[in-house]
Every structure is written in structure tokens, then in C-alpha cells.
Design a protein around this ligand. Structure first.
Ligand code: TXA
Ligand code: MG
Length: 341
């Protein structure tokens, strides 16, 4: 493949984009699609040859399973089996968050090829809220397997141009619907029956926060760990990484710049009180939340700002920490995994 086309899915007319994307997916090809979290690289989830193309384009190792996107809750039974012990909790979570950025890990049906789940007996499922993605899923009438549309281990794309930088020349089509609303990948959970309440294991923090999930059970956020075949490779210690080293410190004073090197600051709000802004003569400063949006704004801008700094020709990026409340938990998760050990 050498040319990647971008097709606009305009507000008033997305028919052409939907038609083209569906035609490619039906033909066993792969297409980059907008979701409310990040852009995904989609394939017909029931077609193993198509799914193989996703792994190939991303250079994704086969041990890293994909998320399956359904286009209405009824489709759930085609891809997953809901165990009766957790059925009530699943139902409540689905009615609260679908369509939206919550992914459930459930036992898979036989229709889901092993390649999608990397041979695991479980499948990760969500329903995207993005109108273009939904339009495509409905017209296709089959679930869409879609990981984030970046090369493996790299920064997730939140715009069509970011997808082009990651996968240009490797895929036939990118459906462009502008910037993603949330900017961070979905929250991934696994549910277990508990003694008094169900236990919700957060495998990857995301837009649906721990506090919100606490309304549905006891929440355990899985700790970062480095393992060979992770349960959610979003859990790999190094992930979401820019090519430029990204440094994080316990305290601002722990940063000791080397003479002659160019450093950029990934600041939360460009607030001097955080201790970083005047610590050094930064070559570039980019703020995650320059407006008043705080954590929600920071989440939307995180991958974009990481990409801008990565392209600034720096020797290293220094990232200020953000407070680990609400969405801050997912932001810090991504920053830590992007950082150089
Ligand atoms: O918001 C999102 O979730 C985006 C959009 C495109 O939907 N997708 C996304 O996919 O972030 P990806 O492949 O970049 O991350 C999916 C994560 C991986 O860390 C994978 O390991 C985990 O989901 N996953 C997939 N199947 C799993 C399973 N059966 N058990 C545990 N984790 C699983
Ligand atoms: Mg990803």
C-alpha cells in the first residue's frame, strides 16, 4: 500500500464517508475511524484476515488483544457471554455508560476469532458514542475490532493528521471527524462477584473514573506492572511513548539539566507554583490546560501536546505531574507509561 486517503465526515453529510468505510470493511480491509476517545484502526471483528492486517499495520505483537466495538447493546450477545453472577452489574454499567468510554472484559463467544483476543478466553467490548463510528457500525451490521490507530507503543492519535503520521502509507483510508472529545482511551474493567458488592478491577484508567465506578461496586485499580503477556498491555510499563525521552521527577528540584541540551516542559497549567516553570530556561513550554478546563481539558490535549513536544527537536521533555484525582488518575497513568524509566 502506498497511498492513504483522508475522507471528511462533515456534520451535515457523513454519508459518503460512511459508505466508503463500510465498503472497505466489508471487503476485509482496515480503516482508521474516529471515536469519542481516540482514533481507532478498525476491521470486521469476525474476519481474522482483516484483523491480521490491523496487527501488521500497527506492528502490534500478537499477544496484545483488541477491543471489539458493537453498535447497539443487542449485539453484545454475538461477541460475549455475560455470566449470571455479574449480569445485574453489567446491565447497570451498560445503561449508565454505553454508548461511551467504558470497556468491559467478558468471556468471549466462539464467533470472535482467537486473533482478536490473543488466544484469551475473554473479549474486551465497548460501544462507541461517536456518531460517525456508530453510523459505520450500524451499516456494517457486524462488530468492529479496533485498537488505537498508532504504531505499537506510540502516542495514541486524537486527530486524523496524527493518524496519518502514525499509519500513513500503511492503510487505505482515514475517516476524519475532527478532534476526539475525550482524548484518552476508554476505561477498561473486569467484574467479579464479591461478598457484599461486586468487585470492579480497573485494568486501564480512563474517562470513566474510579469515583464513578464506586457506585457499582468495590473498585480496585490494578497497579502498574511489567509482565510479558499483560492482561491489558496498556499496562506495559512503557507505552504511549514519544520518541524524545520524557522525564518525570518526584520533586522539581530533582531535575538537573545537562549543559547544552534543549529541554521542553509539558506543564499542567503553566502555573509557577508547580515549581517547574522557572526552574529552567525551557526551549518550549506547552500547557495541558491553558484555559479553565483543568483536568478534562488536560485529558483532551494530552496526546496532542505530547506529539507537539516530540516534534520540537528536544533532547528531553520534562512532564509536571497533575493531581491524581478523577481524570488525573488516567492522565498520570499515561504520563508514567510514556516516561523513560
Ligand atoms: O478508547 C479506546 O479504548 C480505544 C478506541 C479506539 O476504542 N481503543 C484502544 O485500543 O485504546 P487499544 O488496543 O489501544 O487498547 C486496548 C487495550 C489493550 O491494552 C489490550 O490489552 C486491552 O485493551 N484488552 C483487549 N482485550 C483484552 C482482554 N480480553 N483482557 C484484558 N485486556 C484486554
Ligand atoms: Mg493503544
Amino acid at each position: 500500500m502506498d497511498e492513504t486517503r483522508i475522507i471528511q465526515a462533515e456534520d451535515d453529510d457523513m454519508k459518503d464517508a460512511v459508505r466508503e468505510a463500510v465498503a472497505l470493511l466489508e471487503g476485509g480491509d482496515i480503516v482508521a475511524l474516529p471515536t469519542e476517545t481516540v482514533y481507532g484502526l478498525g476491521a470486521d471483528a469476525f474476519n481474522p484476515e482483516a484483523v491480521a492486517k490491523v496487527f501488521e499495520a500497527k506492528e502490534r505483537p500478537s499477544f496484545d488483544p483488541l477491543i471489539v466495538h458493537i453498535s447497539h447493546a443487542r449485539q453484545l450477545e454475538e461477541v460475549a457471554v455475560v455470566p449470571p453472577e455479574i449480569e445485574e452489574t453489567v446491565r447497570k454499567l451498560i445503561s449508565a455508560y454505553w454508548p461511551g468510554p467504558l470497556t468491559l472484559v467478558l468471556p468471549k463467544t466462539d464467533r470472535i476469532p482467537d486473533l482478536v483476543t490473543s488466544g484469551q478466553p475473554t473479549v474486551a467490548v465497548r460501544q462507541s458514542a461517536h456518531r460517525v463510528f456508530r453510523g459505520i457500525g450500524k451499516q456494517l451490521g457486524r462488530p468492529i475490532a479496533a485498537p488505537s490507530a498508532n504504531r505499537f507503543g506510540r502516542i495514541s492519535p486524537t486527530s486524523a493528521s496524527a493518524v496519518m503520521k502514525e499509519l500513513g502509507g500503511r492503510i487505505p483510508l482515514i475517516v476524519d471527524a475532527g478532534a476526539c472529545r475525550d482524548g484518552l482511551e476508554s476505561t477498561i474493567i473486569r467484574i467479579e462477584p464479591g461478598e457484599k458488592k461486586p468487585v470492579i478491577h480497573v485494568l486501564r484508567p480512563g474517562p470513566v473514573t474510579k469515583k464513578e465506578l464506586q457506585n457499582f461496586g468495590r473498585v480496585i485499580v490494578e497497579k502498574k506492572r511489567l509482565i510479558d503477556a499483560p492482561e491489558a498491555p496498556g499496562q506495559l510499563a512503557s507505552h504511549y511513548a514519544p520518541r524524545t525521552p520524557l522525564l518525570m521527577f518526584e520533586r522539581p528540584d530533582d531535575f538537573h539539566p545537562e549543559a547544552g541540551k534543549r529541554y521542553g516542559l509539558l506543564s499542567y497549567k503553566e502555573d509557577p507554583k508547580a515549581g517547574y516553570l522557572h526552574r529552567h530556561e525551557w526551549a518550549v513550554v506547552e500547557a495541558l490546560s491553558p484555559g479553565s478546563g483543568k483536568l478534562a481539558e488536560a485529558a483532551v490535549r494530552l496526546f496532542h501536546v505530547m506529539r507537539v513536544l516530540d516534534e520540537a527537536g528536544l533532547d528531553a521533555i520534562v512532564a509536571e505531574p497533575v493531581s491524581e484525582t478523577g481524570l488525573g488518575q488516567a492522565i498520570m497513568d499515561r504520563l508514567r507509561r510514556a516516561s523513560t524509566p
